[in-house]
Design a protein around this ligand. Structure first.
Ligand SMILES: Cc1cc2nc3c(=O)[nH]c(=O)nc-3n(C[C@H](O)[C@H](O)[C@H](O)COP(=O)(O)OP(=O)(O)OC[C@H]3O[C@@H](n4cnc5c(N)ncnc54)[C@H](O)[C@@H]3O)c2cc1C
Length: 404
């Protein structure tokens, strides 16, 4: 029988499979994913990976493979202005130095990350099955029976749903969510510029939401550009020239001429928090448990924290001879992750509401706050350490760079 059946082969499902197999190679781990075999190779996006997550990827033997393509974020600049303003006044900067002498985050192309995870999972003996989805499941005393879109039924001791923010398995488990639609979409694309970015990430708070430029290798930057959904749809479907002109209005000319080098996609943005993370022989991880606004680039990093906590819960229980699918075992994972997730969900929600508007007194207040933080080095280092995810005393071992 399968020990752990993972539904969803995104970053979270794959890194969970690797984390479990690395420390408990005797467990039978099967991963099913709805996407066709090579779909991941078409993902042109990049993600900010915080220092704690890169420590975890290092323990899993993945970081060395992706490091040559990872661009350190050395400096962050935060501005707040109207879209048409000719200059974007800087209110807050985080300079080189990072945390304990290392960058608080790196930008990593998704293809590099998923490619390395898939290779390591296959090398460790994870059975990966593409183009099939989990439709429903039924939990029993000793196993969970999972019905696939192919009609096959797989029995496992534990089913883990990593099937993204619109998780069908979460619904099948009857787990309710707290949901909010921001009416915003995140436009994602890549640009090439004439001059180097010197490892600087910028976040411009504009009336429709944040416009973030994140450094990549070779004079390129990844953009996460928030717009009201109807404007985002117009920009995605519209003419290339209009798109580039609107982009230049926001990006400015400080890095010279810009050229869009990636496709452009828009993702609807919302807040989705699962009320429970577990049910008998069932657990949620990654976006299936929490979808948050990308304002702080922490969505995937929250998923990596789930992975570290869930893998440690499973491996420890297995070493003690406990039933890895029992609620008593899974409760440890839920209590580890639920509060942190809720806190991050609320923080990103408040930040988005505070910064995605053009109300003059609110703007004055937030700019005063940013300026205050900018003049307090100890507060700045506190924020940057928090953002790096390093040093949490109760964090799972993988995040602290320790094997399970
Ligand atoms: C615009 C934008 C920018 C972002 N930038 C960042 C960033 O810089 N840093 C960061 O940390 N996070 C970022 N995020 C968040 C990050 O992309 C997500 O948190 C991350 O993709 C979640 O990974 P996941 O594996 O949980 O889910 P997904 O990536 O959604 O993967 C789900 C997988 O499950 C499969 N699947 C679906 N249903 C089934 C089923 N029933 N059975 C089997 N398989 C199934 C799908 O094919 C897919 O492969 C951003 C998000 C957005 C929208």
């Amino acid at each position: 029988m399968i020990d752990v059946l993972i539904a969803g082969g995104g970053y979270v499902g794959l890194s969970l499979a690797v984390s479990i197999k690395k420390s408990a190679p005797h467990l039978v781990v099967t991963l099913i994913d709805g996407a066709p075999e090579d779909a991941w190779k078409k993902d042109e996006r990049a993600s900010a990976i915080i220092a704690a997550a890169s420590q975890m990827l290092d323990v899993l033997g993945i970081w060395s493979e992706i490091e040559p393509e990872a661009e350190p974020i050395k400096r962050m600049v935060i501005t707040d202005s109207k879209t048409a303003d000719p200059v974007r006044p800087v209110f807050l900067t985080f300079d080189e130095g990072g945390v304990d002498g290392r960058p608080f985050a790196h930008m990593v192309p998704n293809v590099a990350l998923v490619g390395a995870l898939r290779k390591t999972a296959a090398d460790l003996g994870v059975d990966i099955r593409q183009s099939t989805t989990a439709k429903d499941f039924k939990s029993g005393d000793h196993a969970v029976s999972v019905t696939l879109s192919s009609g096959d039924v797989l029995d496992a001791r534990l089913l883990i749903a990593c099937d993204g923010v619109r998780s069908k398995l979460r619904d099948a488990a009857g787990i309710k969510t707290v949901d909010f639609d921001y009416g915003q979409s995140g436009i994602v694309t890549t640009v090439e510029h004439e001059r180097p970015h010197d490892g600087t990430a910028e976040e411009h708070f504009l009336p429709a939401g944040p416009f973030a430029t994140l450094p990549l290798k070779n004079n390129r930057s990844s953009l996460v550009w928030t717009e009201w959904t109807h404007d985002a749809e117009r920009l995605i479907a519209g003419d290339d020239l209009v798109f580039e002109e609107e982009l230049e209005r926001r990006f400015g000319h400080k890095l010279g001429r810009l050229k869009v080098v990636g496709g452009r996609q828009a993702f609807p943005l919302g807040l989705t928090l699962a009320r429970d993370f577990i049910a008998p022989r069932f657990a949620l991880a990654g976006d299936a448990a929490h979808g948050i606004h990308p304002i702080s680039g922490q969505g995937l990093n929250l998923g990596f924290k789930d992975v570290a906590a869930l893998a440690e819960t499973i491996v420890d229980a297995d070493r003690l001879g406990l039933d890895i699918g029992s609620l008593a075992v899974l409760e440890r994972y839920q209590s580890w992750r639920r509060f942190d997730t809720f806190r991050m969900g609320v923080t990103t929600d408040v930040l988005n509401r505070l910064f995605s508007n053009d109300i003059t007194p609110v703007r004055a207040l937030r700019d005063f706050g940013l300026g205050l933080v900018d003049r307090m080095p100890s507060l700045k280092s506190f924020f940057i350490r928090q953002a790096s995810g390093l040093g949490g005393e109760t964090d799972p071992k993988l995040l602290g760079g320790q094997p399970i």
